[in-house]
Design a protein around this ligand. Structure first.
Ligand SMILES: [Cu+2]
Length: 353
């Protein structure tokens, strides 16, 4: 009896000490969003219920991101011709680090963004064009833009740190080589700036172009919402299970071209498996001749390539990480292949304008 009472007293003491410690750690962090909403949270993960209790105005994500729109959205910039006939493509990219994105139903996460979304906009040019990026850092931390590809040292976005609170830098380089490349922030710790969302895709079209196709971009990414250097969600284009719940509509006997870029951190590899079909694969997209005909690719960090395929038979087909942990945490989607009876084609979209 005495022993039991002693144990209860000891456990109670422990409980109060422990909860006191938690209480001391639970200081409110305050985020002011770009819309002026004030969000309070006890951690870096925004708890929507707790936040709403503290601030009834706070009801939703400050990031507007539609994975279906992003999938086929290419940005060619403001186009003009230089006196020597070279095409100049100008882009304005604004960095922010106070955005809140609902990265999975009910999971609100403070993302760091280029032009307000994760991934940032897909930037597209033709090899030989001049790409000019007017970069503005409206964040609270230094940021840069580091493009993969070929360019002078001072345009590499590594040593020329762009200061917070409105710092500016103009990146300018000749687009090349033809292929698909990532861009991302390169401020230390780089891993944190990437896992928070500061990345996007940069496509360089070959001068001679590629055959007409229904074109898409898939950024393989994930979010570490509890800061244990392991991802809690995985996806193609940020939102777990999105393309499973909203299948991508494509046509039979039509060339599909996917620019795929792996931006998953922490995990050494990611992969992609296409069901009931095989595809031509062009690593980095730098050659016009495919290196593989396969149904499975494996990608390390920032590794990327171009996939090309057609479906002969209509129906529903899965595509997903064959690392099953990733697919079970969201990296899975469906192609809904429709009979192309009227030959109406996505390939009529005039890419490259
Ligand atoms: Cu950054």
């Amino acid at each position: 009896m005495i022993v039991s009472i002693s144990v209860i007293i000891a456990m109670s003491a422990l409980y109060f000490t422990f909860t006191e410690d938690i209480g001391a750690q639970q200081e409110d962090n305050v985020f002011v969003t770009h819309s002026g909403s004030i969000i309070k949270t006890t951690g870096e993960i925004i708890d929507p219920v707790y936040s709403t209790l503290l601030d009834p105005e706070y009801t939703e994500s400050t990031v507007e991101f539609d994975p279906m729109k992003y999938l086929r959205e290419f940005n060619y910039g403001k186009v003009s011709q230089l006196p020597d006939g070279t095409t100049l493509r100008e882009f304005t990219i604004i960095a922010e680090d106070d955005q809140i994105m609902e990265v999975s139903p009910g999971v609100f996460f403070n993302v760091w963004t280029f032009n307000g979304t994760v991934p940032g906009p897909t930037i597209r040019a033709t090899e030989g064009d001049i790409v000019r990026i007017n970069f503005i850092n409206n964040g609270s931390k230094p940021h840069t833009m580091h493009f993969h590809g070929i360019h002078p040292a001072e345009m590499d976005g590594v040593f020329e740190i762009v200061g917070q609170g409105g710092g500016r830098f103009t990146y300018e380089f000749i687009a090349g080589p033809a292929g698909v490349h990532p861009y991302h922030c390169h401020v230390m710790p780089v891993e944190e700036h990437i896992v928070r969302g500061m990345y996007g895709v940069y496509i360089v079209d070959p001068k001679e172009g590629r055959p007409a196709a229904d074109e898409m971009v898939m950024v393989l990414n994930g979010f570490d919402t509890d800061f244990d250097t392991e991802n809690n969600t995985y996806a193609a284009n940020s939102i777990p299970f999105f393309y499973q719940n909203n299948p991508i509509q494509i046509n039979t006997n039509e060339l599909i071209r996917i620019y795929v870029v792996n931006m998953v951190e922490f995990d050494p590899i990611n992969n992609l498996h296409l069901h009931a079909n095989l595809f031509d694969y062009y690593p980095t997209g730098t050659s016009l001749v495919p290196s593989f005909y396969t149904d499975m690719i494996t990608l390390s960090q920032t590794e990327r390539g171009i996939m090309e395929f057609e479906y002969e038979y209509p129906g529903k087909y899965l595509f997903h990480a064959h690392k099953i942990e990733f697919s079970e945490k969201g990296w899975v989607g469906i192609f809904q292949v429709n009979d192309n009876l009227d030959q109406k084609s996505q390939t009529e979209i005039d890419y490259g304008t």
